[in-house]
Design a protein around this ligand. Structure first.
Ligand code: FAD
Length: 392
């Protein structure tokens, strides 16, 4: 079977891109190895407010909106940041993946479940399926097959994507513990640049998780110690455990070759500081749809290179800022982090973060802290210079 666009992976980003292309009238096929889309859950499901601009999010899939966050230092000094309107939403991520796939199918895309891609041919566009199932051909092939992408492997001469392990628990705290308007983020040098997130699903239940450069077993133990050592969590029970991997953003990654492009986690399109991939993936799906549409219209695959250049240009400042911030956090000790929280509070940073902070675009806040001289007060000189160099 031949398609204009053949997408490997019906994750949220692949399905969104499929919808855009089907709406343009192209013949779109999506090949997905799972029998049930989105299962098992491998996500905290926290989406910044930009989700409403970059994709459709039905209100019945929103579990809870958040207006701000409590940021906890290692010795539990707290910064509270708040907005007047919802800054983020925790969503039913399994339901959301299924909803986005249904929209793609409604728009005309053909979805093939239980089809695992084993290989692709860059020259003739063939996509080969495991277990003797019929093969496919695409004029353009889109690898949206996640961090462990077979398509990425193929176009990068067998160089695997680098990724970090993530672990998450669904926890019942057995009492009304949470203000539902706020998420909690706990800084800790030993897991830096990661952090622990606690996202209330109700006043007594939360998703608690972290990612880091350790194995799943160690992260699990770390999370249990975190819960056991916090006196407020005296009678909790674990309802579910989840695990997954988060690709490490690679600014030099080649995401186009011949008639193939990569999208979403397969392209390492995730925010370096938080590991969040949905908003950025959806924005990239829009760029990819414009460029692949042009390439099909002109029957010229050399146009696909513009996808890589436009993507890099659009996210350059933001991602470079996040990479620097991430590098700095990696070098800080628990004492440094505590001191930083104290100084931030003294400098009135809660108000500044409340005004300029945003989950998905962090560069404006860092720039504001730099402009007000706060960066130089909270960080050792050498690290502060690294950040300020971004705006020289
Ligand atoms: C614990 C955890 C928490 C997270 N929390 C957040 C969060 O709060 N907010 C946020 O924005 N992001 C979060 N992320 C990241 C987010 O989940 C990813 O960025 C997002 O899922 C990427 O979407 P995608 O469509 O690119 O890839 P995926 O969601 O990985 O989808 C890829 C699809 O391809 C399929 N596939 C893979 N290989 C093949 C093959 N060979 N053949 C056919 N099909 C194949 C898979 O089955 C899957 O359906 C988190 C990740 C983890 C692990």
């Amino acid at each position: 079977m031949t398609y204009d666009i053949l997408i490997v992976g019906a994750g949220p980003v692949g399905s969104t891109y499929a919808r855009y292309m089907a709406e343009k009238g192209y013949k779109v096929g999506i090949i997905e190895k799972k029998s049930r889309i989105g299962v098992p859950l491998q996500c905290a499901g926290l989406l910044g407010r930009q989700i409403k601009e970059v994709n459709i999010l039905p209100s019945e899939l929103i579990i809870n909106p958040f207006y701000g966050a409590y940021l906890h230092s290692p010795s539990d000094r707290i910064l509270k940041v708040a907005k007047n309107n919802p800054e983020a939403y925790v969503v039913d991520r399994v339901g959301y993946d299924q909803f986005l796939a249904e929209l793609a199918v409604d728009a005309g895309a053909e979805l093939f479940l239980k089809h695992q891609v084993k290989d692709i041919n860059l020259k003739n566009g063939m996509v080969y399926i495991k277990n003797g199932k019929e093969d496919f051909r695409g004029r353009i092939i889109v690898g949206a097959d996640g961090y462990n992408s077979v398509v990425a492997l193929k176009i990068s001469n067998n160089e695997h994507n680098h990724s970090l392990q993530a672990a998450q628990f669904k926890v019942d705290f057995d009492k009304n513990l949470f203000d539902m308007d706020y998420v909690h983020l706990y800084a800790d040098a030993s897991i830096s640049p990661g952090f622990i997130w606690l996202i209330p699903l109700s006043s007594s239940e939360a998703r608690v998780g972290l990612f880091g450069n350790s194995d799943y077993h160690s992260l699990n133990k770390y999370l249990k110690d975190f819960l056991n050592n916090n006196p407020a969590f005296d009678n909790y029970s674990l309802m579910k455990k989840y695990q997954g991997r988060i690709p490490i953003f690679n600014p030099k990654k080649n995401i186009v070759k011949d008639n193939v492009i990569l999208l979403g986690d397969a392209a390492s399109q995730v925010k370096p500081t938080t590991g969040g991939g949905l908003i950025m993936g959806f924005k990239c799906a829009q760029i990819a749809a414009n460029i692949t549409g042009k390439a099909l219209e002109n029957d010229d695959n050399t146009i696909l290179k513009q996808y890589q250049s436009q993507y890099r240009k659009k996210f350059k400042t933001e991602l470079n800022t996040q990479l620097r911030v991430q590098k700095i956090f990696k070098s800080l000790t628990d004492e440094d982090l505590d001191l930083m929280f104290i100084k931030l509070k003294e400098e009135g940073a809660e108000d500044i973060i409340s005004e300029y902070g945003e989950m998905d675009d962090q560069a404006p806040l860092v720039k504001e802290l730099f402009k007000r001289g706060i960066i130089f007060k909270i960080l050792p000189k050498i690290l502060a210079r690294g950040i300020s160099a971004l705006w020289k």
